[in-house]
Design a protein around this ligand. Structure first.
Ligand code: FAD
Length: 440
């Protein structure tokens, strides 16, 4: 049995490894000249940056976390999270509701007063159940925290109005704080939120790509890079996958590439399925990498809700994740700018983007232009799934069609879900477990 896996990102490579370990023949078809997808990294002038945005290794899923840590083995640096929100010039502890004491007193009052009043109203049944993400934010956190941080930050990262987003996905992703924690945080007693991420790992050498390289090692000879899948046909029990110049035959197919790339490869897709796929929303990402002489604030990463400061929604400090991520005496910052097609960021040149980010770093007091020793820009067309209000209807149409066509979907943009590395590895584990189960 030969399996063709479309896409050589973390999902495709994990599937390939697991099938290979089960004694099966696999071929991974990857469009880019290098495998790894969003989990690629580059080292230039001694600075290592992740190309698909800053990545860290963490999970609530102990089996998957153990797998990831086993893969990087001795190439691991363990770190304690020290994350901040840049709010009106202050470094506020993350999550925001655990950092209320860091706010200016007036804002602290607005947040705690709004939280308590809202909680009483919710408990008395006076607040209607939320219908969208914006209403959910206010329902859980109250209007103060919503207006000061949650709404501005979420609109900055999603590039989508929160009232036009669904909230079915938030449980477990956006921390729901215990009331005691909010009160403690407002009066200045230390609390921790989002604790499963409080300690995280990162490869000492090679950036996050070291993880996919370690996973891919036993299957490297089975990876075809530079193979952009443009056609997928089934004839009886054989799949034929083409790139316009050659075809590859396989007994089975697994798709890990974005649905928006898969559907045009198929023949006879009904118009309503094409339309549902077209209506799925995601955003793209620009990473601006900055190498700096000297030190930077001792922060792991920082959220920037303020639109006035610039386009960047988050900055990370890779040189704090790994002692080898920057040359001796240097540090690094990775700025992330999400965008939708047609947004101003999508039309900006690399030089303009670097100027946008370095200007912001200077205004934030993080680093002055004279300390910058290198910069680079990376672009990712598929970064985040955006759960708009029509998402559940549209994704069901597309998934039903792919299932009826016999094409399993595994991975972030194949399942079209907000899955982190642990989530896509879990999907790969579960897919293989189901397959093995069905054979027994
Ligand atoms: C900004 C950002 C930060 C993140 N941070 C974290 C983090 O800290 N921790 C964490 O656990 N997760 C993080 N993630 C999530 C993580 O990157 C993903 O879960 C994971 O990389 C998804 O892997 P994948 O293989 O499903 O998709 P991808 O990495 O997108 O791989 C898909 C592959 O398919 C290929 N492809 C596409 N079209 C074709 C075609 N027609 N033919 C052949 N190949 C094709 C692509 O080139 C790509 O290599 C982050 C993601 C983003 C965007």
């Amino acid at each position: 049995m030969k399996t063709a896996i479309l896409g050589g990102g973390l999902t495709g490579l994990t599937l390939a490894r697991l099938l290979h370990e089960a004694g099966q023949e696999v071929v991974v078809l990857e469009a880019e000249e290098e495998y790894g997808g969003l989990c690629r990294s580059r080292t230039e002038q001694g600075f290592t940056f992740d190309c698909g945005g800053s990545h860290i290794i963490f999970s609530r899923d102990e089996e998957v976390l153990a797998f990831m840590r086993r893969m990087i083995a001795a190439n691991e640096q363990r770190n304690t999270r020290n994350t901040r929100i840049f709010y009106q010039g202050k470094y506020v502890k993350y999550p925001f509701e655990n950092g209320l004491y860091d706010l200016p007193p007036d804002d602290r009052f607005i947040c705690i007063n709004g939280f308590v009043r809202n909680l009483i109203a919710v408990e008395k049944g006076e607040v209607a159940k939320p219908q969208n993400f914006r209403e959910w934010i206010t329902y859980i956190f109250g209007p103060g925290i919503a207006d000061c941080y949650m709404v501005p930050y979420n609109e900055k990262i999603w590039k989508y109005p929160t009232e036009k987003m669904s909230y079915h996905w938030v449980d477990g992703r956006i921390p729901r704080p215990p009331v005691e924690d909010i009160i403690k945080s407002a009066i200045g007693i230390e609390t921790e939120g989002y604790t499963h991420q409080a300690v995280f790992s990162y490869p000492l050498d090679g950036g996050i790509e070291a993880l996919v390289r370690a996973i891919a090692r036993p299957v490297e000879p089975c990876i075809r890079t530079g193979f952009t899948v443009t056609s997928v046909r089934r004839s009886g029990k054989t799949w034929t996958i083409g790139n316009g110049a050659e075809t590859i035959a396989a007994d089975r197919l697994i798709c890990t590439i974005p649905l928006q790339h898969l559907l045009p490869c198929l023949e006879g897709v009904p118009p309503e399925v094409t339309e549902a796929c077209r209506a799925l929303v995601c955003n793209a990402l620009i990473c601006v990498n900055v190498g700096v002489q000297g030190t930077l604030p001792p922060v792991s990463w920082m959220y920037i809700p303020d639109k006035e400061l610039g386009m960047t929604n988050r900055i990370s400090f890779p040189s704090h994740f790994s002692a080898h991520a920057a040359p001796k005496g240097c540090s690094s910052v990775l700025a992330e700018i999400t965008h939708q097609p047609g947004d101003p960021a999508s039309a900006m040149t690399d030089e303009e983007l670097v100027a946008e980010v370095t200007g912001m770093l200077e205004r934030m007091g993080i680093c002055t232009a004279d300390r910058i020793v290198c910069t680079s820009v990376r672009r990712q067309p598929f970064a985040y799934v955006v759960y708009d209000l029509a998402y559940q209807k549209n994704i069901a149409i597309v998934k039903d069609y792919c299932t009826s066509a016999g094409i399993p979907l595994v991975g972030r943009f194949a399942q079209f879900e907000y899955l982190n590395m642990d989530g896509v590895i879990r999907s790969a584990f579960d897919f293989i477990a189901r397959e093995t189960g069905s054979k027994e």
